[in-house]
Each structure stands twice: as C-alpha cells, then as structure tokens.
Design a protein around this ligand. Structure first.
Ligand code: VAL
Length: 445
C-alpha cells in the first residue's frame, strides 16, 4: 500500500482548505444574495449560521477525515459501516454535481478575463452588457470551450497530488487572491457615493426576511464553507495528528467569511456609487460590475484583475471538489491518481454540458419546472449539502463522540474547555436547526 500523503505544513493545510471554501460562492453568489435579501439582515443571519452550525460541521468533517485517513465514503465505512457510508456517498454525489455546473460559471470568468483585455467590456450601459452576457452564455459552443479549459486546469492540479499539486497551488494562489481583493476594495470604497453601499451591507433591514431568506442563508453557508460535499473530510484525511485541528477549522471559517464580507464591500459600494440595482441577481458580477468598471479610470485593468480574482478563487475550490471524487477512486477502487483525475474530470465535464446549454439551446427543457443548471444547483445546494451536514453532525455527536473528542485533543493531550458546547451543537442544535430550516424552505412546515 502506498503511504498516504500529508500536508507539508499547517499553513499549507489552512490555505488549501480556505482555498476550497473561498470561491464563486463568496465572490459571485454572496454579494448578489445579500443584494436580493435585504443586505445587512441577510449578513447577520448568515453570520449567525456560519459561526454556530457551519463551524461545528466544519470541525466534525475534518475530524472524521483525520480519524480515518480515508476518503468521504471510506471514512464512514471504517468508523461504523452499516448505512453510514451513504452519508459519504451523498457528499461525493454533491461534489460531482456541483463541479459540473461550477466549472461552467468558472469558464465564464476566464472568458470575461479575455473580454476585459480586448476592451469588449468597456461599455457603460448595463443593458448592452446584459445582451453581451446573455448572448455569450446562450452560445452553444464558446462557453463549452471555456468550461473545458477550466476543467483541464483543475485536473492538472489534482493530478499532481496533494502536496505538489493542491498545496503548492494554494500557497501561490491564495496570497495572490487576498492581494487582488484588497486592491479592488480600496478602489471601490473610495469611489464617491460608496457610503450608501457600505450602509446597505452593514445596516440590517429585517422587513425583507422570511423563512426563504433563512433557508437561502443556510444553503449559502454550506456551499461557501464547502460543507456536506466531502471536501473537508477529504482534506482532513491528509492532516497529521500533530496539528491543532480545531484552530485550523476556526481559521478556515474565519477566512471564508471575511472574504464573503470583503466581496460584499467590494461589489455593493461600487454598485451604489454608480446608481445600479443591488438586486440584479446572478448577473450582478457579469453585467453590473463591468458597467461599474467602465465608469472608472483604468477600468479595464480593474475588470481584468477582478475576473482573475474570481478565476483563482474558483480554481482552488474546484480542485477540492474534484479531489473528493478522485480520493474515493484512489483509496477504495485502487485506480491511479492520474487515471482517476482524468476520467472523473472528463465525466464531470460531460455532465456540465447540459447545464451550459440550458442557458440557450436547451432553455425550454425543464425538469420539475427548473432548467438543468438550476436543477443541479437546487439538488446539491438546497438538498444534498444540508442533509449531509445533518447526518454528519448526528454521526459525530452520537456515533463516534468519544473518538472525536480524542482526535480533537490529539495534538497536545488536552481536551479543550468548549468541547461540551460543541457536543451540544452537533448532537442537538445543528441537526434540529438544519431539519427545521430545510422543511420550512421546502414549504413542508
Ligand atoms: N466553497 C466553494 C465556494 O464557495 C465551493 C467548493 C462550492 O465557491
């Protein structure tokens, strides 16, 4: 048997796990969701969910991975067996589905990088930019080429392995991401009129909040923290017993949440400064922002930097999702990393095709009233991730609690003072809250 790889350093692990968490979810999705759901109110609900349920499930996943040194399915099989590996399977399925449409959107960012350089986006009118975006995503060929390029990049990193691929890429890309983010925020918040956008994000208006908002915030927390998709189990499985796992989980959660808030502070002030609509939905980044950049001096450079930032964030996330599936085939099916990465990459690319085409050619094709892209998003983010999180909490709280406590204390032999607080969350609060919000969101309660 080949010896399992380990992360080279604590920093390497934190950057890779933060690289997984920080992605399109933070920069593309979070600002428009906040924009649609009352700004500050959404932010507060989101923060409350992240630092209770999110952080607890993150730690639970990392512990499951580290205790077993196994992929998401194998980890449950090793600890308990029975029906529990199905929870891992649910995560692997979510990873598979998410990457298929994630790569399509990531492809759009590459195309927008190119468009920023050629000056094709230097247009101040959002309506014209709307037709450029609409025309591009509806095209049957071009988005697929970018989708293929992005998948190829992802496969390339995963193929190189945990240390020389994922960790090395994260150590270069994550600092670059933070630097780009800071430059762009400084530009955005110093625009005349930016204060209104900052106020929108920081002052809550609860009149728009419904159970649907809370359910959106919960799915967003799982998606953004990469929970319920096996990623943190898999990344935890490469972690050595010497590391302080709880503090790492805390750092990853904090970094992910800071980037979401920073992305809000980057996008919303600029949108307000130029009088655009913050509730423009998924088009906010691809339609409204280019208009904002076109109003700025040296706008093309900022536009390019922004889409580069988005592409980098997407790549380190996509790598973690592909690794979930690849780790399963490598550990449990004895397939080489090279073949697993390439084969899984190709299959996920193929599954992404109908998602891309649902923006144009297949626009009329609906399942349960949803286009293919929306269906994939719904099944994964709204159902599989929270359901996975629910069972992961129950598993750690009730099935392997004693072992989990030992694992948390493995680095220094001291059981931390908050352990029972975490216990109450994973045993009771998280499962009940997730079940309640899920049922409310589905309209069952
Ligand atoms: N967590 C990432 C994101 O927010 C991915 C892995 C879903 O984009």
């Amino acid at each position: 048997m080949i010896k399992r790889e380990h992360w080279g350093s604590r920093l390497g692990f934190i950057l890779a796990a933060a690289g997984s968490a920080v992605g399109l979810g933070n920069i593309w999705k979070f600002p428009y969701m906040a924009g649609e759901n009352g700004g500050g109110a959404f932010l507060l609900i989101y923060l409350a969910l992240v630092f209770t349920i999110g952080l607890s499930v993150m730690l639970a996943e990392m512990v499951i991975g580290r205790m077993t040194a196994k992929n998401a399915i194998g980890a449950f099989a090793k600890l308990k067996g029975g029906a529990w590996p199905l929870v891992g399977l649910c995560g692997v399925a979510a990873a598979f589905i998410i990457l298929s449409f994630y790569s399509v959107v990531a492809g759009w960012t590459i195309s927008y990088m190119v468009k920023s350089i050629t000056g094709a986006l230097a247009i101040e009118d959002p309506a014209a930019l709307g037709s450029i975006f609409g025309g591009f995503i509806a095209d049957p060929v071009s988005p697929l080429i970018y989708h293929a390029i992005f998948m190829a990049l992802t496969v390339f990193v995963v193929l190189a392995g945990v240390g020389s691929g994922i960790e090395r890429a994260s150590k270069i890309l994550m600092p670059a991401l933070f630097a780009l983010l800071l430059v762009l925020i400084v530009r955005s918040v110093t625009l005349p009129g930016a204060g209104e956008g900052i106020a929108f994000l920081l002052s809550p208006d609860f009149s728009k909040v419904t159970w649907a908002t809370v359910s959106e915030a919960l799915s967003q927390a799982f998606f953004s923290l990469s929970l319920g998709m096996g990623a943190m189990i898999t990344y935890g499985s490469y972690l050595s017993k010497k590391e302080n796992i709880a503090s790492s989980a805390g750092w990853v959660t904090l970094l992910d949440t800071s980037v979401a808030v920073m992305a809000g502070l980057l996008i919303l002030p600029a949108v307000f400064a130029f009088g655009f609509d913050p509730s423009a939905g998924p088009g906010l980044t691809f339609i409204t922002l280019p208009a904002v950049f076109a109003h700025m001096p040296m706008g093309s450079i900022f536009a390019f930097m922004f889409f580069l930032l988005l592409g980098i964030a997407a790549l380190t996330s996509a790598v973690s999702i592909l690794e979930v599936v690849v780790a399963y085939f490598v550990d449990d099916r004895g397939i080489s990393r090279k073949w697993a990465s390439i084969t899984v990459g190709v299959i996920i690319f193929l599954l992404g095709i109908p998602s891309s085409l649902s923006m144009g050619l297949m626009g009329e094709f609906k399942i349960f009233g949803l286009g293919f892209f929306d269906l994939m998003d719904y099944v994964s983010s709204k159902l599989l991730l929270p359901i996975g999180g629910l069972f992961i909490s129950l598993f750690v709280g009730w099935v392997v609690w004693g072992k989990a406590k030992e694992d948390i204390a493995a680095h220094n032999g001291v059981v931390p003072f908050w352990i029972n607080g975490w216990g109450i969350i994973v045993k009771f609060i998280a499962p009940l809250a997730i079940a309640f919000i899920l049922l409310k969101g589905l309209g069952v309660l």
